[in-house]
Design a binder for this molecule. Structure first.
Ligand code: HEC
Ligand code: HEC
Ligand code: HEC
Ligand code: HEC
Ligand code: HEC
Length: 444
């Protein structure tokens, strides 16, 4: 009996893996093959509104996506043969239906075309499998139609046929869009691969565990009661998801200190919350940093720069006044563009990031133009990093209790890049992540 079921499943999975995946799927389907998210709303009302509030429902229409695609990627693809494929390829993940319909570039968001539906119900629930061993660059198979694939066997719907597909319960399902290789063969998004290297796969903690948490309820109006996967997809655009991602503690190596003495503060940063690195995904744009300062008994403040560790590429991890992102000038037809400030934060602060380098070795936010990666100084899942801050206590410090504070902040996009490209401020504002404090006593 078991064997027959297995055989049936095997036959089914091979018949499911039809059609084309990745680049080869370009133009193989049409818009009309997919059902609108509105069609699912009357019965899957809660999931509809959860999804509607997530970034995936606006993956094509969001202001920064529109700016990066139309202002940078499309013109760049038209002038640089090496990256020509991204003109269509961006949409393979951001509006997969438009890609599979062969519509490039799709109409602008204000034209209200179906490309605006972005990553929606029928895109995901008609995925049958993926090509090869590693999910990346939209290499999933898509089979739109009456059958909706999902995480549970024996589900009955009056509207559609439901078909169990184990992939929906696995992290690989997300990897098809959350791993990305640039035209130069570099991993420029590796959220699923980072997860794979961490402690969570062995504990069966998947992407779904943290981004689609299960709660008791129904998945459809007339559905059976049980544990159902909430379609939250909350990530870096949710301040609550970001809050306390990293836990911090700090201690001095002496409690009683005189002016002129050197004291060293150690700061531990524990990545308690993410299943991948922090920051992950569009890491080319993310800036995470820690600012440390002392406040003496009179309330006077003294910034304390981080101690250098001496690893290769460390200069990218310490805030400075250098200019970067010169290559934005290429698609914008400003060949002499000098670049903008890499980060606009206090000098000497530690930055947790991984620089993306273009073929000229310059730092880029145009991830498709990445030919190399610099030092990876991000915080891995459950990793703890320790920073030290050695400080010679200035003579003018007031006697009494001196507090030392460390604060971590996060930006989705460097401020100067946002200003240069006209991206709304919400993308580049600093989000508070966490803080820590300790104290010393200053004696005369
Ligand atoms: C068909 C492609 C595709 C699939 C499959 C997919 N995603 Fe996404 N996801 C995207 C795109 C594109 C965005 C970016 C939205 C935007 O433009 O900001 C995104 C955004 C997100 C975000 C929000 C990030 C932020 O900055 O706030 C989360 C969280 C997320 N996805 C989780 C998941 C999880 C978990 C899965 C698997 C269950 C998954 N995604 C499967 C394409 C996909
Ligand atoms: C007329 C109501 C109705 C409409 C419209 C509808 N569904 Fe369903 N759907 C259901 C019911 C009922 C279930 C079963 C729920 C249960 O018993 O857990 C279901 C189950 C599902 C499942 C779960 C399958 C599994 O394996 O767990 C998926 C996925 C799904 N629907 C997707 C869709 C999508 C996508 C659309 C829109 C294109 C849609 N549904 C439209 C009623 C509907
Ligand atoms: C980014 C891909 C993605 C999108 C978009 C998406 N889903 Fe899902 N959906 C999933 C995955 C993955 C699961 C299984 C999660 C699990 O079991 O861990 C799922 C589960 C479901 C289930 C079964 C829930 C349960 O636990 O029984 C239903 C029903 C469903 N989705 C309907 C919808 C509808 C309706 C929409 C649009 C409003 C939608 N989904 C949008 C990926 C997606
Ligand atoms: C243990 C919980 C956990 C697991 C497992 C997990 N995540 Fe996350 N994820 C988080 C938290 C917390 C954040 C918010 C902090 C951040 O942006 O990294 C986040 C952020 C994200 C973001 C936003 C990143 C950005 O910069 O826009 C995406 C996308 C994402 N996760 C996708 C995934 C995918 C795909 C998987 C599976 C391969 C996954 N997550 C597994 C907890 C988790
Ligand atoms: C392999 C899938 C994939 C491809 C191809 C892809 N993206 Fe994305 N993109 C994503 C995912 C997933 C996210 C959101 C989560 C994250 O940041 O990891 C994202 C996020 C973004 C964001 C928002 C970043 C932010 O600050 O939240 C922009 C803008 C963007 N992509 C533009 C593009 C452009 C332009 C292209 C083509 C050159 C492109 N993407 C190609 C998957 C893809």
């Amino acid at each position: 009996m078991y064997r027959i079921v297995l055989l049936a499943l095997l036959m089914l999975s091979s018949s499911m893996a039809q059609g084309k995946a990745g680049d080869a799927s370009y133009g193989t389907l049409s818009y009309d093959d997919f059902e609108r998210p509105m069609t699912c709303r009357p019965c899957h009302t809660n999931f509809y509104y959860q999804w509607d509030q997530s970034m995936m429902s606006i993956a094509y229409t969001h202001h920064w996506d529109e700016i990066e695609y139309f202002k940078l990627a499309v013109p760049h693809a038209d002038m640089e043969p090496e990256v020509a494929g991204v003109k269509a390829g961006c949409n393979g993940c951001h509006t997969p239906m438009a890609f599979r319909a062969g519509d490039t570039p799709p109409p602008r968001p204000e034209e209200n075309s179906r490309a605006n539906e972005s990553v929606f119900c029928d895109v995901c629930h008609t995925i049958t499998g993926f090509e090869g061993d590693v999910p990346f660059n939209f290499n999933f198979y898509s089979s739109p139609g009456r059958v909706k694939y999902g995480p549970k066997p024996n589900v009955n719907s009056p509207y559609h046929t439901s078909q169990y597909n184990e992939l929906f319960t696995q992290a690989e399902f997300c990897g098809g869009c959350h791993n990305e290789k640039s035209p130069y063969g570099i991993w420029v998004k590796s959220t699923h691969l980072e997860w794979l290297e961490g402690p969570y796969p062995a504990q069966n903690v998947t992407c779904q565990t943290c981004h689609m948490p299960k709660a008791e309820g129904v998945s459809a109006l007339m559905g059976k009661k049980g544990m159902v996967a909430q379609h939250l997809f909350h990530g870096a655009h949710d301040d609550g998801k970001l809050r306390s991602v990293i836990e911090m503690r700090m201690e001095p190596n002496a409690r009683e200190v005189e002016p002129g003495d050197r004291v060293t503060f150690s700061l531990q940063l524990f990545n308690a919350k993410t299943g991948h690195k922090f920051p992950t995904g569009s890491a080319e744009e993310r800036v995470v940093w820690v600012h440390v300062e002392a406040v003496d008994a009179d309330g006077k403040t003294y910034p304390i720069p981080v101690d250098k560790k001496g690893f290769e590429g460390e200069e990218y991890t310490i805030a400075s006044e250098v200019l970067a992102y010169q290559d934005m000038g290429i698609p914008l037809n400003e060949p002499d563009f000098k670049g903008v400030r890499r980060e606009m934060i206090p000098l000497g602060d530690r930055v947790y990031r991984m620089p993306y380098l273009n073929p000229d070795g310059e730092m880029t936010i145009m991830q498709w133009y990445t030919a190399d990666l610099g030092v990876d100084y991000r915080l891995g899942p459950r990793e703890t990093k320790v920073e030290t801050y050695t400080w010679q206590v200035p003579d003018e410090v007031a006697p009494g209790k001196l507090t030392v504070k460390a604060e971590m902040y996060y930006r989705k996009l460097p401020v100067a890049v946002a200003q240069y490209l006209g991206v709304p401020e919400e993308e580049s504002r600093a989000v508070f992540i966490n803080d820590a404090a300790t104290w010393i006593e200053i004696f005369d």
